[in-house]
Design a binder for this molecule. Structure first.
Ligand SMILES: [Zn+2]
Length: 110
């Protein structure tokens, strides 16, 4: 499977860390395009369903997602405002590009 330098476009070996043509470090992410998550979807999930950590489940940040869900459920929704604000902020960060990778480090698609 061919891999190309994202800086100069030169073809690279599978296990090459630095482009020999331009010297730019090559990202290790396997196949970042396939299976990349939607930035818009993740952002909107955070804004509307952040109290349940849905956006973090979607992106694969399972730890954060579980924390948000548990805060909401274990408090019988009394503390859901905490998760909701947390999710809202993350949703906005996703939409503005402050959070731009999923839980595996793959870039989000527009
Ligand atoms: Zn290069």
């Amino acid at each position: 499977m061919a891999k190309f330098c994202e800086n100069c476009g030169k073809e690279l070996n599978e296990n090459q860390d630095i482009c020999l043509n331009c010297g730019k470090a090559v990202k290790k992410a396997n196949n970042p395009v396939a299976g990349s998550k939607s930035k818009i979807a993740a952002g909107l999930l955070g804004i509307f369903l952040g109290a349940f950590g849905v956006h973090n489940f979607y992106l694969g940040y399972t730890g954060k997602a579980t924390a948000q869900l548990l805060i909401t459920v274990l408090s019988c929704f009394i503390l859901s405002i905490v998760s909701e604000i947390w999710g809202l902020i993350e949703g906005i960060m996703i939409l503005t590009g402050s959070i731009n990778t999923d839980g595996k480090g793959n870039p989000l698609s527009d």
